[in-house]
Write a protein that binds this ligand. Structure first.
Ligand code: 4AD
Ligand code: MG
Length: 503
């Protein structure tokens, strides 16, 4: 008898663990999802009808008008927050809760709150709905004496010093949402066109641009080495050779394009250049498509289509955020982006561009000449004064471009392309790649680069070589262009530049 009871108990427990427990867990997960507080963005799209809601977010402003207290709450889900109105005189609030009064008087900009209430049509202009509040929980205080973000406008320089809080401002919230939408849009663009996303390495032993501006990665005891006066032995280093953070995923992307036809990378890249400008970061995100069986003309076409797709996407999906930039940061940015959508990009060879610049030499600090690297002032002149919009400059002298670009028949220029835009200059850099193994080896040797370091890259040209092309776009340059933000440090959450790696 006792054995039977024990067996039954054992069976019941087994059934519970095997059948019911997973069901309970699944129900909990589903229930938990449903329990997430609705975002203000979602609430603002609901029809104004009497329904009880809970809004959670951070207080932007609090205003009092006789018996009415208006609290603007923002949760970052959209540019607009929601107005929560507390009415001491309303019939519903006859018994106005003393705890609400206490919480209301403690409210200040930056506090986190949960507001309970009904969604009702708003009598105020500029908002269709508001919350007729009946409950208030003060989740986290933000004492006005110490909270750095107050109602007044702060300078971008000041906000850079408090980068951990700046996403709570209108400007940085809008930048973050546009950044998010564009990142997703970039994947959509390539995925819809048969490109496969490839994850290229962050740590690498090769210099993809041959420019030497790389950050070294090492586990060697640098202090010990300095004291001993010995030269570092990289065989003893973590990777057994000198290794660095990548400046570009292009070379590895090329290997995948030579197998999957169309690929792209989208990841962080690092440049140890000492360029303290408003367009350079030491750590930035780059998108690099690479296409097999494609010449420079195909590459130019793809770059133009890509940029136009992203501009149209921002105008459509980030309308409120972009309207803010149009009103407060760069007047006319919306019409500029719209006009770019309707026009064809101007194409000009480097040689013709230099001729045009030389005719206007007095306009420049740095006098242009054939063979010079285009300075930012030259790039802006070409786009702003000559073309009045984006320009693609092609066929640069080989000396000022990277080793991998395809040599033209004149043997002086390469099949390079830079896409330049007003205000900013270069937004995209790309080329058709040299697919001839002999020509590429010759170029590497001319530049004193070791063939053995690029043996794997040369293999692509030895085995089933194909004409191929690609480009790289700096994600932050794109963001600067579409938002009008002048400093690249303000379109990435935590900028890394010379002497700056805070947060
Ligand atoms: O012109 P770059 O150096 O080209 C490459 O890296 C190639 N491997 C790309 C390719 O063909 N796959 O860089 C490409 C783009 C530039 O046009 C610019 O938009 C951005 O990357 N960029 C930077 N952005 C921010 N800070 C920096 N220091 C940047 N350097 C380049
Ligand atoms: Mg470039």
């Amino acid at each position: 008898m006792e054995i039977r009871i024990a067996t039954a108990c054992y069976l019941l427990i087994s059934v519970f663990f095997c059948c019911f427990l997973p069901i309970v867990i699944l129900v909990f997960i589903r229930y938990y999802k449903i329990m997430l507080t609705p975002l203000i963005k979602e609430i603002l799209n609901l029809p104004a009808e009497s329904q009880d809601l809970i809004v959670k977010g951070w207080v932007r402003t609090k205003r009092e008008l006789k018996n009415l207290i208006f609290v603007e709450v923002n949760d970052g889900s959209s540019f607009n927050g929601i107005q929560c109105t507390f009415d001491r005189g309303s019939v519903d609030n006859l018994r106005f809760n003393p705890s609400i009064e206490a919480n209301l008087s403690a409210l200040s900009t930056g506090c986190s709150v949960a507001v309970k209430g009904r969604l009702v049509p708003s009598p105020a202009s500029g908002q269709a709905v508001e919350i007729a509040a009946s409950g208030l929980e003060l989740i986290g205080e933000a004492p006005a004496e110490t909270y750095p973000l107050q109602k007044k406008r702060h300078s971008l320089e000041f906000l850079r010093e408090i980068a951990h809080l700046r996403a709570r401002t209108n400007t940085f919230g809008a930048v973050a949402r546009i950044r998010n939408r564009l990142a997703f849009g970039i994947h959509q663009f390539f995925q819809d066109r048969g490109f496969q996303y490839v994850h290229t390495p962050i740590i690498t032993a090769n210099d993809a641009e041959g420019a030497g501006a790389m950050f070294q990665v090492t586990t060697l005891d640098l202090e010990g080495l300095a004291k001993s006066g010995k030269a570092p032995d990289y065989h003893k280093d973590f990777f057994g050779k000198r290794s660095c953070l990548t400046v570009s995923g292009q070379l590895e992307a090329e290997t995948y394009a030579a197998a999957l036809s169309r690929v792209y990378t989208f990841g962080p890249t690092f440049r140890a250049e000492n360029s303290n400008t408003t367009r350079h970061l030491a750590e930035f995100w780059m998108i690099e498509p690479e296409i097999a069986f494609a010449a420079l003309e195909d590459n130019m076409g793809l770059a133009e289509e890509f940029l136009k797709f992203l501009f149209a996407l921002v105008l459509k999906d980030c309308a409120e955020d972009i309207a803010f930039f149009d009103a407060h940061i760069e007047k006319g940015i919306i019409s500029t982006l719209q006009s770019v959508l309707d026009a064809c990009f101007t194409h000009i060879s480097y040689t013709d561009a230099i001729k045009a610049l030389e005719k206007n030499a007095s306009a420049f600090e740095f006098k242009p000449f054939w063979g010079c690297d285009l300075q930012s002032e030259h790039e802006r002149f070409l786009t702003e004064k000559i073309a009045g919009g984006p320009v693609i400059v092609t066929d640069y002298p080989k000396e000022i471009k990277a080793f991998y670009m395809k040599l033209n028949q004149d043997e002086k220029t390469v099949r390079a392309m830079d896409v330049l835009v007003p205000r900013l200059g270069e937004i995209i850099g790309g080329s058709q790649r040299e697919e001839n193994v002999g020509v590429l080896e010759k170029r590497l040797l001319e530049l004193d680069m070791k063939l053995e370091d690029y043996a794997w890259y040369l293999d692509l040209r030895r085995y089933g070589t194909v004409p191929h092309s690609g480009f790289g776009m700096g994600f932050e340059r794109l963001l600067q262009y579409v938002t009008g933000m002048t400093n690249i440090r303000d379109v990435i959450p935590y900028p890394r530049t010379v002497g700056q790696a805070e947060f």
